[in-house]
Design a protein around this ligand. Structure first.
Ligand code: GLN
Length: 248
């Protein structure tokens, strides 16, 4: 019987951590501890295998193209099998930006194709056009969450991501660029596997989503205790305003 609590694997925390994406890990850990739920973050770096039984949330942050190249080869070679098994037994797999791209089928950079793990039915192509940069807000439909819940963050990517037939976006763009700047889709979700272009770091300004990830990873039908989220809600409102939404 696996140990209880939130057991997070942070993949490549040295290389895949732009815009301080590690803040997302701190939020997950703290929000558990504040509720007396055990939480542990384990770094799983280059060359290390991923034990699918050990973790209920696997996290892969954003990275520059060069870091992504190095990590992608390792991800496919040493961690793909573990990731697929973990997802099959219900672990949350959460990728941000470069991490999202690597959860998909591939990332094409010029004449080079970097294979991803294929957990999400998306393909990404590096565009010669301008990077998609700026504040972004999306409306998400997640099981059990408020149907009009908004995620607000920041995006900066050269890649354009396309959802393949049947793939479900994480949300609809209210403001900003999203997957490719034209489709109106942002991110992708397949069961508990989620990818998004939203950095921020995302979770400090979107505590409802942090709690959704925690509850989904714990899969206990656990209703999480309320926290005093005044600061977090203020952060959410500020991120929404920065993205041009008012009245949230
Ligand atoms: N290198 C990728 C791109 O530019 C991802 C960037 C990121 O993680 N912010 O598309």
């Amino acid at each position: 019987m696996a140990e209880r609590g939130l057991r997070i694997a942070a993949l490549y925390p040295e290389q895949m951590n732009i815009y301080a994406d590690r803040g997302n890990l701190a939020v997950l850990e703290r929000r558990c501890r504040w509720r007396s739920i055990a939480a542990e973050v384990t770094a799983v770096g280059l060359g290390e295998k991923l034990d699918p039984e050990r973790f209920n949330l696997i996290y892969l942050g954003g990275g520059q193209d060069d870091d992504q190249r190095r990590c992608a080869a390792d991800l496919v070679e040493t961690k793909r099998e573990g990731l697929i098994s973990a997802a099959a037994i219900g672990a949350v797999v959460f990728g941000v930006c470069g991490g999202y791209q690597l959860l998909g089928r591939w990332y094409e950079l010029g004449d080079q194709r970097i294979d991803g793990v294929g957990l999400l039915d998306v393909e990404t192509v590096r565009s010669d056009g301008p990077r998609l940069i700026g504040n972004v807000a999306i409306e998400c439909h997640l099981p059990g969450a408020d149907p009009s819940a908004v995620l607000a963050g920041f995006e900066n990517h050269g890649g354009r991501t396309r959802l393949l037939a049947g793939a479900t976006p994480l949300g609809r763009v209210l403001s900003g660029h999203g997957n490719d700047g034209v489709s109106g889709d942002e991110g992708c979700r397949r069961g508990n596997v989620i990818g998004t272009y939203l950095h921020g770091p995302l979770l400090p300004a979107n505590s409802w989503f942090a709690d959704w990830l925690i509850a989904t990873a714990l899969e206990d039908d656990l209703v999480l205790a309320e926290l005093d989220d005044q600061l977090e809600l203020g952060g959410h409102r500020a991120a929404c305003r920065a993205a041009g939404l008012s009245g949230r």
